[in-house]
Ligand binder design. Structure first.
Ligand code: SAM
Length: 395
């Protein structure tokens, strides 16, 4: 078949992630036995079979979705795209009774309209079914059972089945959100980036909806990232192996364990506290995470060592002066009451972050949604009122 490479089982897979988490995800993949792991820009390419693809969906904390390429070819225009997509044997991949949706990302000199690219792909899939099976599947934008991904870069087009469906940050435990909740994948990535050693306390003193402490609890207790999710798109594929997936889930779930060190979540807002409580209950972690409705000034260290991780308000609602006061207050609390701890703060407001007044030992660029942010580490050494001066490193 000229210019059209189709993939068989046990082949390349693509994991999508957030900018800044590529290496963390690559480590997760390697740890589970993936081969040829190659981090890129918000993606990690790897080799693996269906078992690894199921595991990637069920276990990896820092992947947003796992794509399985089924066709790769050169493409000059939409008509050529249509013809080549139609050549793929779609009825072999999913049943005509399943609904589908196409998403696209296009970086091409003449094909610039990604919606039109998605439309041509959808038509080609429908026509392929009509010709080969006599009927066409329906499109569903919101609740599709099959998710098809088209990626065009220069003149190379990759057609993939999206094995996840809903983005993997939708863990399934969140029943409510307060203002500016962190993406669950970002929170999980921050915990991994911090190198949390699970000694002493884990404290989020401004927990909002509770995302960071819940992800910390899941990490500490080895709760799979997909544990609360009801569904993955690969369960609708024709070649889905339910026994294999059940075995993967059983083995992973058997590793869930107790965690004895304190995980403390607090927020001064009663509304946020209530939402966090609902989310903790939904995750079944309300007995494992200590939830308080207190301002930071009243949150006490339990073990005398450990880690604080939080995202303070960064300015969309607070006046600049209040924000400066808040960040000064954070610095004072850390310096005076958390000696022996390390703190990791993510903020999109680099100007006010300076008012923390402690010297960062590390700064990592991450994106909180579209907002470029810094994930900043401070080390509060015992016996010194000042955080020890360290070489500032930014990556
Ligand atoms: C950006 S939100 C945190 C979002 C949270 N990480 C999540 O994923 O939902 C910031 C939170 O800090 C809380 N906050 C602000 N100042 C505080 C203080 N002095 N003590 C405790 N909480 C505070 C706010 O009530 C708000 O819920």
């Amino acid at each position: 078949m000229e210019n059209l490479k189709t993939f068989e089982k046990g082949t390349d897979l693509t994991a999508k992630t957030l900018a800044g988490l590529e290496n963390v995800l690559a480590d997760e993949l390697r740890a589970l036995g993936a081969g040829s792991v190659e981090p890129g820009n918000r993606v990690v390419l790897f080799r693996g079979d269906d078992e690894l693809m199921y595991k990637a969906n069920y276990l990896y904390r820092t992947a947003l979705r796992i794509l399985k390429p089924i066709g790769i070819f050169t493409v000059k225009n939409e008509q050529e795209l249509y013809e080549k997509v139609k050549r793929i044997n779609w009825p072999a991949l999913f049943d005509v009774g399943k609904t589908f949706v196409v998403s696209s990302s296009v970086f091409h000199s003449s094909m610039t309209n990604s919606l039109y690219v998605a439309l041509k792909t959808k038509d080609a899939i429908a026509d392929s079914f009509r010709e080969k099976a006599g009927k066409r599947p329906y499109v569903s934008k919101d609740n599709a059972e099959m998710h098809i991904d088209v990626h065009i870069s220069k003149d190379e087009c990759t057609i993939s089945l999206d094995s996840s469906g809903d983005s993997l940050h939708k863990r399934g435990y969140r029943v409510g959100v307060d203002k500016a909740p962190l993406n669950e994948v970002l929170a999980a990535g921050m915990i991994k980036l911090s190198g949390w050693n699970k000694e002493g306390d884990f404290i989020d003193p401004m927990c909002g909806s509770g995302t960071i402490p819940i992800e910390a609890g899941m990490e500490a207790m080895h709760i799979p990232s997909g544990y609360y999710r009801k569904h993955f798109s690969f369960e609708n594929w024709k070649d889905f192996d339910p026994e294999l997936f059940a075995k993967i889930k059983k083995e992973a779930d058997e590793k869930i364990c107790e965690y004895d060190n304190p995980i403390i979540a607090s927020d001064k807002s009663y509304k946020a506290f209530g939402i966090a409580r609902s989310n903790l209950r939904s995750a079944g972690l309300h007995k494992d995470i200590m939830l308080l409705n207190k301002p930071f000034a009243k949150v006490n260290a339990e073990s005398g060592k450990g880690i604080l991780m939080f995202n303070p308000p960064y300015g969309l609602r607070l006046e600049e002066d209040d924000l400066i006061e808040l960040y000064k207050h954070i610095g004072d609390e850390l310096k005076n009451r958390f000696q022996g701890y390390e703190a990791w703060i993510i903020t999109a407001n680099m100007e006010v972050a300076k008012f923390i007044g402690l010297r960062p030992s590390r700064k990592i660029i991450l994106y909180n949604g579209p907002l470029e942010s810094r994930f900043i580490k401070f080390e509060m050494y015992r016996g010194s009122k000042k955080a020890k001066a360290n070489n500032l490193s930014e990556k």
